[in-house]
Design a protein around this ligand. Structure first.
Ligand code: DX5
Ligand code: ZN
Length: 234
C-alpha cells in the first residue's frame, strides 16, 4: 500500500478497536482477506478521550506479522508530539493526530513528515474545517470524526456529511491533494452518501467486526469499487 498510495479513490481501513483483542492478528488477516486496504489503529490515552485502548507495543508486534500492510494510526492523545516518532518507528505509515490535541500542529506535521510517514489531522465533530486553513497544503489526510471519539459502535452524526462536502470543495477549489478519511458509525446505510460527499478512506469498526457477515461486507466493497470506478472516470 505504501507504494500504491492514492492508487484508488476509495480505501477501506478497518478499525481493530472493535476486533477481538485475544486474537488480533487473526482478526486482521480476516479483514485483509475480505478486501481491506489498510488497518486503522485507534490509540487512546484516557485524557483526550474517556477511554484507554492500545499503544506502541501493539503496533510494533503486529508490524512484525504484517510487514507489507499499510498501518493507519489514529492518535487520540494529548500532546501527540511526545509520541509521533515512536509510532512511526513501531510501524505506522500514516500518523493522524487531532487538531484539538496540540498547541503546535504545524510543528507536529513537520516532524511526522521528516520521519517519512504520511501525516493526517483529525477534526472532532464540533471542530470547524476553517481551523485547518493554514495547513491544508501540507497534509496527506484530513480525518473527519463522524462520532465523538472514544468508542466504537456509536451512531453516525449526520452533519458530518456537510463537513466532508465542505472539505471536498476546499480541496477542489485550491488544488489540494489531501485525502478525506471518515471515521465513526459507518455502515451499509450511510456509506454511499459518505463517498458521494467526497470521502476517500472509510473506517469501519463495529459494522465490520461486530456486525457484517462476509457476504454483506463483500456487497459493500462491490458498491465501493463501482463508485471508485465512476469517480476515477470523472
Ligand atoms: C472512535 C474511533 C473509531 C471507531 C470506529 O474513537 O476513532 O475508529 O472505533 O468504530 P465504528 O465504526 O464502530 O464507529
Ligand atoms: Zn479512529
Amino acid at each position: 500500500m505504501n507504494k500504491e498510495w492514492k492508487n484508488k479513490s476509495v480505501f477501506i481501513s478497518p478499525s481493530i478497536l472493535a476486533a477481538d483483542f485475544s486474537c488480533l492478528g487473526d482478526e486482521i488477516s480476516k479483514v485483509l482477506g475480505l478486501g481491506a486496504d489498510m488497518i486503522h489503529f485507534d490509540v487512546m490515552d484516557g485524557v483526550f478521550v474517556p477511554n484507554i485502548s492500545l499503544g506502541i507495543p501493539v503496533v510494533e508486534s503486529l508490524r512484525k506479522r504484517f510487514d507489507n500492510v499499510f498501518f493507519d494510526v489514529h492518535l487520540m492523545i494529548v500532546e501527540p508530539e511526545r509520541y509521533v516518532l515512536d509510532f512511526v518507528k513501531a510501524g505506522g505509515n500514516l500518523i493522524t493526530f487531532h487538531i484539538e490535541s496540540t498547541r503546535h500542529p504545524h510543528r507536529v506535521i513537520e516532524s511526522i513528515k521528516r520521519s517519512g510517514a504520511k501525516v493526517g489531522v483529525a477534526l472532532n465533530p464540533g471542530t470547524p474545517v476553517i481551523l485547518l486553513k493554514e495547513i491544508f497544503d501540507i497534509l496527506d489526510v484530513v480525518l473527519v470524526m463522524s462520532v465523538n471519539p472514544g468508542f466504537y459502535g456509536q451512531s453516525f452524526i449526520s452533519s458530518s456529511l456537510k463537513k466532508i462536502s465542505e472539505l471536498d470543495v476546499v480541496r477542489k477549489e485550491n488544488g489540494f491533494d489531501f485525502l478525506i478519511e471518515v471515521d465513526g458509525g459507518l455502515n451499509e446505510k450511510n456509506v454511499e452518501k459518505v463517498i458521494s460527499a467526497g470521502a476517500n478512506i472509510l473506517v469501519f469498526g463495529a459494522f465490520l467486526f461486530k456486525g457484517a457477515t462476509a457476504e454483506n461486507f463483500k456487497a459493500i466493497l462491490d458498491k465501493i469499487r463501482i463508485e471508485d470506478k465512476i469517480k476515477s472516470e470523472d
